[in-house]
Design a protein around this ligand. Structure first.
Ligand code: SF4
Length: 275
């Protein structure tokens, strides 16, 4: 759990994907160690209320997919006890539509990744089958619940909506154009996206030759091409990072449980980076 006067994040241990470049690998792929951090649903609800008391403006559940039922019960419990700040579901999008339907009305902001457009890439780099097929179904369901409009409060903090994160990978492993075309054609050009330049080689991508295509940052040219696609395809809403600074800000260290991210930028406030 982390957060003070900003987003209050609750990181779940382990993950339903095993990305070879996971920047959270200290907690996402160490399932035996993570079992030691198990908490009850009542404690989870208590953590949410503590974050609200500290002044956090939302509760962000990070990698919640494999704990969605427990998360839902904790939200209900915390709401009964006075929780009233927005709930953010921060997911890799390998979620089932049936579970997302059960979350309707409990989640205020969906923050899904759309990692790849090709099934082979999902299998090779995240070890799951048919990632793009299932992620697109899941995001379609999120869009059905939220529509394309982002709702901000008077302080420009995001209160409700769907924001799809697209991490630009080296050598176009994500097949960004295909995903952007899908978003535009299936969900509409006003659907908000967050284009991210923060990729850096870590975990197996930094050490294992099988993943050599992911062993470097993206080049300035790759970033420029990604940004150009937004114009070309007529995407109208969302945020993008700055190329120069992105890879420094997002390197977490989960041995610091209170503040794993030293200088994470907040999408809700990043109006300067609007597309
Ligand atoms: S989905 Fe995210 S948290 Fe999970 S393994 Fe991949 S990069 Fe890590």
């Amino acid at each position: 759990m982390s957060g003070t006067h900003g987003a209050g994040n609750i990181f779940f241990g382990n993950c339903n994907l095993r990305c070879v470049y996971c920047q959270n690998y200290q907690i996402s792929q160490t399932w035996k160690e993570q079992r030691r951090n198990e908490v009850s649903i009542e404690r989870l609800a208590g953590m949410m209320l503590e974050l609200q008391e500290r002044g956090c403006h939302n509760i962000g559940f990070v990698s919640p997919t494999h704990f969605a039922p427990q998360m839902a019960r904790a939200i209900l419990l915390a709401t009964e006890q006075g929780l009233d700040i927005p709930i953010v579901y921060n997911t890799n999008a390998y979620d089932s539509v049936e579970v997302l339907q059960l979350l309707e009305g409990l989640v205020d902001v969906y923050l899904p990744d759309l990692k790849y457009a090709d099934a082979e890439a999902g299998f090779k780099f995240s070890k799951v089958r048919d990632y793009s097929h299932f992620a697109r179904l899941a995001i379609k369901e999120m869009h059905r619940q939220m529509g394309s409009e982002l709702v901000f409060d008077n302080a420009d903090l995001l209160q409700r909506g769907l924001l799809i994160r697209l991490l630009v990978l080296p050598n176009d492993i994500a097949n960004l154009e295909s995903n952007l075309r899908w978003i535009r054609d299936e969900l509409g050009p006003k659907t908000a996206i967050s284009l991210m330049a923060q990729y850096y080689a870590t975990n197996k991508a930094a050490t294992d030759d099988r993943y050599i295509l992911l062993s470097r940052r993206i080049s300035e040219r790759e970033w420029f091409e990604a940004v150009s696609l937004l114009d070309e395809l007529g995407m109208e809403e969302g945020f993008m990072q700055e190329y120069e600074s992105a890879s420094h800000y997002y390197r977490p260290d989960f041995t610091d449980k209170e503040r794993p991210f030293k200088d994470i930028r907040d999408f809700a406030k990043a109006k300067d980076n609007r597309i």
